[in-house]
Design a protein around this ligand. Structure first.
Ligand code: 16G
Ligand code: ZN
Length: 528
C-alpha cells in the first residue's frame, strides 16, 4: 500500500468531524453532501474485498427511493449478492475512521480478512441519475485507483444491472455477457421465446404504462425498447425530464400511500406499474370502472409467479422443492392463500433483501418478494440443470414444452437481485401466457386492510425483536400490550420494529376489516 498517496487522496475526500454513519440494510444512506469520504473509502474497501475474494466487486451509487438530495452506496459481492455481513462491519469501521486513523484501520481490515495485497483488484462501478451521483462515483474511482485497483465505470445503470454484470464477469460469461447489451439481449430473447407461446399471440399489442419515478429506469427501458418485440408497447411516464426523482411517484410512493403516482393518466382497467428510483422494485396497479384504486404489490407478484411455476412443475412431473419467502410486512391474506390454497410452503425472514435471498437459496426454487415490490426467483444449480436437460432431451412433447417455458423463465429472471425491468417482463409474459387481465390477477385474494406508520422516538434501539421481527422482546411489556389489542380482532396482526434505514420505528397493523383497524399509534404512545 502506498501510504503517501493514500494520505494525499484521502485529504481530497475529507471526513466531516464527528460524523458517524452505518452500513445499514441497503448500504450507506445519507444527505449527498455528507458522503464524499464514504464513497472514497468504499472504493478502498471494494479493492480490498476484490483482493480477498479474487473476484470483481461492484459498487453502486444510489439512494433508491429516497429523496433526490440523498445518496448512498452499496457493495456487490462476486455472484451479484449483497456484501457479506462480516465486511459490512469493516465498511462501517472504515467510513467512520478519523483521517489520522485511516491507514491503521485499513491495515487492520487487511489482517482480519487475510487480504493478499499482491493480488489484482477489479471493481465495477455504477450510478443512478441523482445530480450528486457522478461526482460521488468519481470519489469511488479515486479510492479504487489509489490502492492500485482496476475499475470499469458503467456510468448510469440500474442497481440490478450492476449486480448482473458483476455476476457475469465472475462466472466467466456463464450467466451472460457483462455488458448492458448482453443484459438486453438475454432478457429480450427469453421474453420473446416465452410470449410466442401465448394464446393471444399475434392478436394485437399489449400496452403497459410505466411510472419510472423520474429515475434511471426510464433511461434503461428506452435503451431496451428496440430489443423488445413489437407486440409489447411500454409507455414510459415520469422519465426524469420534467420532475424530481421519486417526488410523488415511484413504487415506494405508490405502495406507502396506496394511490397512483403523479404524472400518469390512468384509464379504468389499464395495467400500470411503478419502478423505484434505481429500478430494483416494482408494483402494479389499476383503477376499476368505479374509479377505485387497486394496488398489486410484491405479495401478489410472488403469488402470480408461484402459481405459474407450480403449474409448470406439475406438467414437467418433477418434484422440485419450491418455497416462497416473505417478511413480516407480507399481507396475511397472501400468506394464507399461498399456504392453504396453493399449498406452497412460506417462510418469513427479517426485512432486507439479503435475508430473503439467503433463505431462498435453501430451495430448488425459492420465490422471494418483499411487499414493497423487491423480489426475484432463485433456481438451484441442480434444478436449473434438470430443467435445461428436460427442455433438450425429454421425449414427451408436453413435458418438454413445459420445461422450455421454465428454461426461458430462468433466463428472463435476474437471479442476482430484484429487478424491476426483469420482473415486469416476467409478469407480462405470465399474464399473456395465462390470458389474465390485471383485474383477474388482483382477484386471486383480497388484501387485509393494513396500515404502516413511522414514529420518531428518542432511541429506536430500545426495541429489540425476534421471530423475523414479528415480536418485540424489549422494552418489557410492549409485546404483551400489542397481543392484548390484537386478540380483540379477527385475522389481526401487528408488530413494531426499528427501521434499518431511517431513525424511526415502523408500526404495522392489519385485520380483516377496515372498521376494526387497530390504532397502532396507541401501542407505541403508551410506551413512550
Ligand atoms: C432497504 C432494503 C429493503 C427493505 C427496506 C426496509 C435492500 C436492497 N433494500 O431499502 O429490502 O425493505 O430497506 O427499510 O435490502 P427499513 O428497515 O427502514 O424499514
Ligand atoms: Zn431500490
Amino acid at each position: 500500500m502506498d501510504f503517501e498517496a493514500l494520505k494525499k487522496y484521502s485529504a481530497l475526500h475529507p471526513k466531516p468531524a464527528r460524523l458517524t454513519l452505518q452500513y445499514g440494510t441497503a448500504g450507506f444512506r445519507s444527505k449527498a453532501e455528507q458522503l464524499d469520504h464514504v464513497m472514497f473509502r468504499m472504493g478502498l474497501l471494494a479493492a480490498l474485498r476484490s483482493r480477498a475474494t479474487g473476484s470483481t466487486i461492484g459498487v453502486m451509487v444510489t439512494a433508491s427511493h429516497n429523496p433526490e438530495e440523498d445518496n448512498g452506496v452499496k457493495l456487490v459481492d462476486p455472484l451479484g449478492e449483497m456484501l457479506h455481513p462480516s465486511w459490512e462491519e469493516y465498511a462501517t469501521q472504515l467510513a467512520n475512521a478519523e483521517e489520522q486513523d485511516l491507514q491503521k484501520t485499513l491495515t487492520e481490515i487487511c489482517q482480519k480478512a487475510a487480504v493478499n495485497q499482491q493480488k489484482d483488484a477489479s471493481v465495477f462501478i455504477g450510478r443512478d441519475t441523482r445530480p450528486s451521483s457522478k461526482k460521488l462515483s468519481q470519489a469511488v474511482i479515486d479510492g479504487v485507483s489509489v490502492l492500485g485497483g482496476q475499475y470499469h465505470d458503467y456510468g448510469l445503470v440500474t442497481t440490478p444491472q450492476l449486480h448482473y454484470v458483476v455476476c457475469c464477469q465472475n462466472t466467466r460469461g456463464q450467466y451472460g455477457k457483462p455488458t448492458l447489451e448482453g443484459y438486453y439481449q438475454k432478457l429480450s430473447k427469453a421474453f420473446m421465446e416465452l410470449i410466442k407461446k401465448s394464446p393471444g399471440s399475434g392478436e394485437g399489442q399489449r400496452h403497459l404504462k410505466i411510472d419510472c419515478a423520474n429515475g434511471i429506469g426510464a433511461l434503461k427501458l428506452s435503451e431496451m425498447q428496440p430489443y423488445l418485440p413489437k407486440e409489447v408497447l411500454v409507455h414510459i411516464y415520469n422519465d426524469g425530464t420534467k420532475e424530481k426523482l421519486n417526488h410523488l411517484c415511484g413504487a415506494d410512493f405508490v405502495k406507502v400511500h396506496q394511490k397512483p403516482p403523479k404524472g400518469l393518466d390512468m384509464k379504468p382497467n389499464e395495467r400500470c406499474c411503478s419502478f423505484d428510483g434505481d429500478a430494483d422494485r416494482i408494483v402494479y396497479y389499476y383503477t376499476d370502472t368505479a374509479g377505485h384504486f387497486h394496488l398489486i404489490d410484491g405479495d401478489k407478484i410472488a403469488t402470480l409467479i408461484s402459481i405459474f411455476l407450480k403449474e409448470l412443475l406439475a406438467k414437467v412431473g418433477q418434484t422440485l422443492k419450491m418455497a416462497v419467502i416473505q417478511t413480516a410486512y407480507a399481507n396475511g391474506s397472501s400468506t394464507r392463500y399461498l399456504e392453504e390454497t396453493l399449498q406452497v410452503p412460506v417462510h418469513c425472514v427479517k426485512t432486507g433483501v439479503k435475508h430473503l435471498h439467503h433463505k431462498a437459496q435453501e430451495f430448488d426454487i425459492g420465490v422471494y418478494f418483499e411487499a414493497n415490490g423487491h423480489g426475484t426467483v432463485l433456481f438451484s444449480k441442480a434444478a436449473e440443470n434438470t430443467i435445461r436437460q428436460l427442455a433438450k432431451d425429454e421425449k414427451d412433447d408436453a413435458k418438454r414444452e413445459a420445461a422450455k417455458v421454465l428454461e426461458n423463465l430462468i433466463d428472463l429472471i435476474n437471479q442476482t437481485v430484484g429487478d424491476a425491468i426483469s420482473d415486469m417482463l416476467v409478469i407480462e409474459a405470465i399474464l399473456s401466457l395465462k390470458g389474465l387481465t390485471v383485474h383477474q390477477w388482483d382477484a386471486f385474494y383480497t388484501d387485509f386492510p393494513n396500515r404502516l406508520l413511522k414514529v420518531q422516538v428518542a432511541d429506536r434501539q430500545v426495541i429489540d425483536t425476534t421471530d423475523a421481527e414479528r415480536r418485540a422482546v424489549t422494552p418489557p411489556g410492549l409485546q404483551e400490550k400489542i397481543d392484548a389489542l390484537v386478540k380483540k380482532y379477527k385475522f389481526s396482526r401487528a408488530f413494531v420494529r426499528p427501521s434499518g434505514t431511517e431513525d424511526v420505528v415502523r408500526i404495522y397493523a392489519e385485520a380483516d376489516t377496515q372498521a376494526l383497524h387497530i390504532h397502532s399509534e396507541f401501542i407505541l404512545n403508551s410506551h413512550s
